[in-house]
Design a protein around this ligand. Sequence first.
Ligand SMILES: [Zn+2]
Length: 319
Amino acid sequence: MANQTEPKTLQQAIIYFSNPKNCLTYLTARRWPDGVTCPTCGRDDVSFLEKQNKWQCKSAHKQRQFSAKVGTIFEDSPLGLDKWLAAVWLIVNAKNGVSSYEIHRGLGVTQKTAWFMLQRIRLAMQSGSFLKKMNGHVEVDETFVGGKFRNMHASKKQKLQLAEKGDTKTAVLGMLDRTTREVRTKVIPNVKRATLQAEILKQIVPVGTVYTDSHYGYDGLKAARFIHKTVNHLEEYVRGDVHTQGIENFWSLLKRTLNGTYVAVEPFHLERYADEQAFRFNNRKGKKDADRFMLALSQVTGRRLTYAELTGKVGESAF
Ligand SMILES: [Zn+2]
């Protein structure tokens, strides 16, 4: 089996993926576990064109020829999969994240390219399990990150107005399921009651137990059929099983990464950085580096992000 030769360590990964054939075999097996199909029409009797390193569909439609990158986070990039896969390996396994400068120096791409690569890889680190609601005992807490402006497309005047209002931090809501130890995060526009509770209803099955601090934004959860237990942080942090220490532990990991590695994350991008941290947090126990890598690679399809979407700079390329 090919699996026996698949890399287990960073050093093995660099060597293994320096061979383009290995890159293709590995990626193909993850994105098409049941065999290669045409991304346009779904036909499964496609033929491989050795010279072009592409497949060809037998139906007559546009984009008859396609590479393994089509429809994935690697699409439209002239960079080789050797660099992409090494970057994925690094970020999914680095406890405190990896900066674009490290990728730039380590892989020999420009810092701008490295930054864009990392933003795209973070998409593959978004959990695919969010469709399923959390059920059971869930800690919920909100935190504030950064000191920049929420809307990157805002005019200078708007930004100044926001600054005058003191509106310079971004709120993030976090939930930790005590049974599965899964964390979910969401950047939210404010910490008003309606905002917090709409998100809680979206993510947690009612009748579950919700643990929060005594912030007024969580008042009334009982009316929504949750069992609601609160701890007043002015008086105590833990009362038996009533606490939010699991999610607070996650916040300190996130802030360590944001302050230590990424330094100045724009609020517009913050959700992806929180996703990145949650991916490592949710896959830290009982999983090896190669497992996290494989999981990210199985989630590269159907997630796309252009440089213009990221930066508002239309017509500019990161490669
Ligand atoms: Zn086709």
